[in-house]
Design a protein around this ligand. Structure first.
Ligand code: PGA
Length: 255
């Protein structure tokens, strides 16, 4: 059974001071939600303050990116070791990184390997653009992203991977995918590619999240789908009551 996971991607929002006030509002209710892995991913500059506030809770901390080298002359970059000092999770290959910062399936692959080697849980993002969606290329594009982004991983480490299916046209647009449509891509494309690469057990055990305009109002629909194991939430993760509602909606009925 796959434990649901809800992660908040704060993107380039919140100073340290604003991080503290959002977490002060969020943590008391969020930590009492059982049966769901909860993660917040503030900007790097807020990680230390967030880590102090999350200590002793079951809320995980994640970074939004990392670089694959352990140290050295890479101005502006953050190593996997630096991330692992404070975080358990890291988002890799978000579409905004691919679009604005030149990330490719190759860099995603290097970063994923570096994250796994440093005992982090990578949340690897894949998804097609609007043009690709309209040209009916979703299956082809997402299969390619999975095959290249997750190739040659150490099989012992693949159990830790989380994937987020985020159609680019659904991110920050208010136009979410349909729950059925997202489930179809996750089951028929993502799990199928994982099966082909790492076998049925891995394909069935891997948690795959949906992301793209998830809100307090539509989250339950996504979580009702058999192959959707949670969400990567952008805008709505900056509002404590909305993020709480989304997290509660991810609970399996037995909780
Ligand atoms: P959104 O962003 O929820 O604001 O659409 C999702 C994401 O980028 O992960």
């Amino acid at each position: 059974m796959r434990t649901p996971l809800v992660a908040g991607n704060w993107k380039m929002n919140k100073t340290v001071e604003l991080t503290r006030s959002l977490l002060a509002e969020m943590v008391p209710d969020l930590k009492s939600v059982m049966g769901v892995e909860k993660v917040v991913c503030p900007p790097y500059t807020s990680l230390l303050a967030a880590s102090a506030m999350l200590t002793g809770t079951d809320i995980g901390l994640g970074a939004q990116d990392l670089y694959w080298e352990p140290s050295g002359a890479y101005t502006g970059e953050i190593s996997p070791q630096m991330v692992a000092e404070l975080c358990r999770y890291v988002i890799i290959g978000h579409s905004e990184r691919r679009t604005y910062f030149g990330e490719t399936d190759e860099t995603v692959n290097r970063k994923t390997k570096a994250a796994l080697a440093n005992y982090l849980i990578p949340i690897v993002c894949v998804g097609e653009t609007l043009a690709q969606y309209e040209a009916n290329e979703t299956a082809e594009v997402v299969t390619h992203q999975i095959r290249e982004g997750l190739k040659d991983l150490d099989r012992e480490q693949t159990g830790r991977i989380v994937i987020a299916y985020e159609p680019v046209w659904a991110i920050g647009t208010g136009r979410a995918a349909t729950a059925e449509g997202a489930n179809q891509v996750i089951a028929g494309v993502i799990r199928a590619a994982l099966h082909e690469m790492y076998g049925q057990k891995m394909a069935e055990a891997t948690r795959v999240l949906y992301g793209g305009s998830v809100t307090a109002a539509n989250a339950a629909e996504f979580f009702g789908m058999p192959d959707i194991d949670g969400a990567l939430v952008g805008g709505a993760s900056l509002k404590a009551p909305d993020f709480l509602t989304i997290t509660k909606a991810a609970k399996k009925p037995s909780y």
